[in-house]
Design a protein. Structure first.
Length: 279
């Protein structure tokens, strides 16, 4: 069977969350490192397409290649475990504690950051010929992204912070939807098509993804963009992580779990009284 009903794939979500909480530290970090690296490479790829074609839609259409690769290889993004791990805890799976959820999140964050930072260095090195000259067109655009999406938010104060947080929420609504939609199919083409759609929406709408930003912003700093590490953390990464957490849980994880696992009792319809027949 190539399609699973929602009640079936939501159970798979809980199973996946349990597996991630109980996974060894070594495997968790390795899988998170590779996920961060592949997603960073996909972001570099998409920006290169945008620069060379001048058509952001083409970059958005092709960016999900990276997401599909890392999902099919069984690697883990922070945005995904934000949604899956808590479901196993809520479902009271054996050994799945709140501490285990937080441990998983922390390890995946570190692994994702390490992988994204590695590709950021490689990108900065390649686009500057080993830091011997200024960045090429792609490197320049990546540096400008970092400035616009830190100092640009800061210029609006509290409203900018709220905008950043909401973009993070909207992002992981779509990204986590891609993670779980891949579970509705048991075939590779079905999984890829299902996850492709929401990832395309997130990227084209320029929502804020914490792991993509782990690549874009350190890249900008390596290329001497005009913002600081503190700007990056306060005016992007931290609010984005929080927005990703809230959006993924509120719009995807908890809604699906509540309506397909903890389903409410069906309404009872009272039988209509039989009409009286005149004698």
């Amino acid at each position: 069977m190539s399609y699973l009903a929602p009640s079936e794939f939501v159970t798979k979500m809980v199973d996946a969350g349990e597996s991630k909480i109980l996974m060894s530290t070594r495997d968790t970090v390795i899988r998170a490192y590779m996920a961060g690296a592949i997603l960073a490479l996909a972001a570099w790829f998409a920006v290169t397409i945008n620069v060379n074609t001048g058509q952001p839609l083409i970059g958005a259409l092709l960016f999900p290649v990276g997401f599909s690769m890392l999902y099919l290889l069984g690697f883990d993004l922070l945005t995904g475990v934000f949604v899956l791990a808590p479901l196993a805890w809520l479902d009271k799976r054996p050994g799945c504690t709140l501490g285990g959820v937080l441990r998983n999140w922390g390890l995946v964050f570190l692994g994702n950051f390490g992988g994204a930072l590695t590709v950021a260095f490689l990108m900065a090195f390649v686009t500057t010929f080993g830091f011997t000259q200024g960045p090429d067109k792609v490197g320049t655009v990546i540096g400008n992204i970092g400035e616009g999406r830190t100092l640009g938010y800061a210029a609006h104060g509290a409203a900018g912070m709220a905008t950043l947080f909401f973009r993070g929420m909207l992002c992981n609504w779509m990204v986590s939807t891609g993670v779980v939609m891949a579970m509705i199919s048991t075939t590779v083409p079905g999984k890829v098509i299902a996850m492709w759609m929401p990832i395309l929406v997130f990227f084209y709408m320029v929502f804020e993804h914490s792991v993509v930003n782990m690549f874009l912003f350190p890249s900008g700093l390596m290329l001497h963009a005009k913002f600081s590490i503190l700007d990056y953390l306060i005016w992007n990464e931290i609010p984005t992580v929080l927005g990703n957490l809230v959006g993924g849980l509120a719009f995807t994880g908890l809604t699906l779990y509540t309506t397909h696992v903890r389903t409410a009792a069906k309404r009872r319809i009272e039988a209509a009284p039989m009409p009286r027949v005149a004698a």
